[in-house]
Design a protein around this ligand. Structure first.
Ligand SMILES: Cc1cc2nc3c(=O)[nH]c(=O)nc-3n(C[C@H](O)[C@H](O)[C@H](O)COP(=O)(O)OP(=O)(O)OC[C@H]3O[C@@H](n4cnc5c(N)ncnc54)[C@H](O)[C@@H]3O)c2cc1C
Length: 457
């Protein structure tokens, strides 16, 4: 294609979109107001997994005494007490910086023009870009809006301005608090509850819904709840925060029945809001709300004519890999090489202990759609590899259509669930039946053998 394509945002949706458009022959300009890599690299997926890795290392130290003579206990205790938060933060920042530099190098190789600045629409073919010391206009034939999202911090949390963090600022917390209240038990809340408890912090996890990870399978919610409780996390499910205030320098939250929850820091992880306010979408006749741009075609990612969207701003799935695929699909559709996006096959993973992951339909979702299903389940308790890892909590459940045998979805809980779920994503993309998946040979001993065990039932 010989089009001029503008991409707003260099997060996991914007940068693959730009690279793909350049590969297809477009003259591409990326406009980024902050850092290449977006939330994912700097305050999301990557930093949280780096912190989780550190947390797992401290868990391993805690567990090592079971394999040592008693005389080793003081050494383990000494290591746990020597936890160095700034060092953990530094390691996390270096990973993000390395990956961000990689994106910029890819842009240079692909001859993509990268502008540091804030974009807004002047009209349907012109962007106004505000930079530190100047501003400029950029004309384009097609645009991909990949401006992402930021944490949503509604009242009453906005009443206090110290010791309160969102899922971006928490990474910069100068020192670890003794008591942390986490509001919201979605993926982010549960991951932070896991990692902060491993770092020795007293964690209270407050969730309005009666169960944590409300969009996942119920058995997963139960398992993660039990696991968090075993780690000492205090769960307050079905509870709402009615008020927030500072008392003697620390936050106090007012829960149902005026129960008070005191903490040294509060992490608000209750949702996201799209970065669309400063884009002036009204200048190109687009409507939007907190959850995204109105009217994005979920298959083509087209909003209208030469205007496309990708990533969190589509409101389709607030996940980095979903955004990346959307960006690639949008680039192809702009370039006249049609491609279709399948939101129904986007896998999700939550990096708790054990990890949990899913793709396609859960049992409850399939039943809610009135489908006649077959559910096949195997437990990690019977999986050799999981037992050798002393990590036998978990299961795999596979849902298929009772009449055609076609796979509809899978839920996994157990070691490396975030990796193993890809077996199901491939099978779903390929349109496998449960019987076809059963023909696959899984290496022994691996956690993935549980897939074969479930299908043999
Ligand atoms: C704590 C946390 C953990 C997460 N963990 C995971 C995980 O494990 N796996 C997963 O898949 N997802 C995870 N996510 C979600 C994931 O980070 C997002 O879904 C993903 O970053 C969205 O990508 P995006 O490109 O749409 O937006 P973003 O990553 O938000 O990037 C958008 C970019 O656009 C730029 N921008 C915005 N407006 C303008 C403008 N007007 N002009 C120029 N530039 C602009 C922003 O500066 C930003 O760099 C996590 C999120 C959080 C907060």
């Amino acid at each position: 294609m010989s089009l001029k394509v503008a991409v707003i945002g260099a997060g996991p949706a914007g940068y693959p979109a730009a690279l793909e458009a350049a590969k297809l022959g477009a003259e591409v300009t990326v406009i980024e107001k902050s850092l290449a890599g977006g939330v994912c690299l700097h305050s999301g997926c990557i930093p949280s997994k780096s912190l989780l890795d550190a947390a797992h290392r401290f868990d391993a130290v805690r567990g090592i005494s079971a394999l040592c003579q008693e005389s080793a206990a003081p050494a383990a205790e000494k290591i746990l007490k020597a936890l160095d938060w700034p060092k953990i933060q530094k390691r996390q920042q270096l990973v993000s910086q390395k990956l961000a530099a990689g994106i910029l190098a890819l842009f240079r190789q692909a001859k993509i023009h990268y502008i540091e600045g804030t974009a807004s629409f002047k009209d349907a073919h012109t962007l106004h870009i505000t930079q530190k010391e100047q501003s400029q206009e950029l004309t384009f034939d097609a645009v991909i809006i990949a401006a992402g999202s930021t944490a949503f911090v509604p009242p009453p949390f906005d009443k206090i301005n110290t010791h309160i963090y969102d899922n971006s600022t928490i990474f910069q917390i100068p020192q670890l608090p003794k008591r942390l209240a986490i509001i919201g038990a979605g993926a982010i809340g549960c991951e932070f509850a896991t990692l902060m408890s491993s770092l020795g912090i007293e964690v209270h996890l407050v969730e309005m819904q009666p169960r944590l990870l409300p969009i996942m399978d119920e058995a997963v919610s139960r398992l993660v709840a039990q696991s968090l409780q075993k780690r000492g996390v205090v769960l307050r499910l079905g509870q709402t925060v009615h008020d927030a205030r500072l008392e003697e320098g620390h936050p106090v939250l007012v829960l149902d029945k005026d129960e008070l929850l005191e903490a040294d820091a509060v992490l608000v992880a209750i949702g996201r809001q799209c970065n669309l306010a400063e884009l002036h979408l009204e200048n190109i006749g687009l409507e939007w709300n907190r959850k995204g741009i109105v009217g994005v075609n979920p298959r083509t990612l087209q909003v209208k004519e030469h205007i496309y969207a990708a990533g969190d701003v589509t409101g389709l799935a607030l996940l980095a890999h979903a955004g990346s695929r959307q960006g690639i699909v949008a680039a192809h559709n702009i370039g006249g090489q049609p491609m279709v996006y399948h939101n129904e096959w986007v896998p999700n993973a939550v990096y708790t202990v054990p990890e949990v992951a899913g793709v396609g339909l859960t049992r409850a979702q399939a039943q809610a759609q009135g489908l006649e299903i077959k559910a096949q389940k195997a437990f990690m308790l019977a999986n050799g590899r999981a037992l050798t890892m002393a990590a036998s909590e978990g299961f795999v459940e596979i849902i298929s259509d009772k009449n055609t045998g076609r796979l509809l979805g899978a839920t996994l809980a157990g070691p490396n669930a975030s990796e193993i779920i890809s077996a199901f994503t491939v099978a779903l993309e390929a349109g496998f039946t449960a019987e076809q998946l059963q023909q696959v040979i899984f290496p022994h001993p691996t956690v993935s053998e549980a897939i074969g065990d479930a299908l043999a039932r």
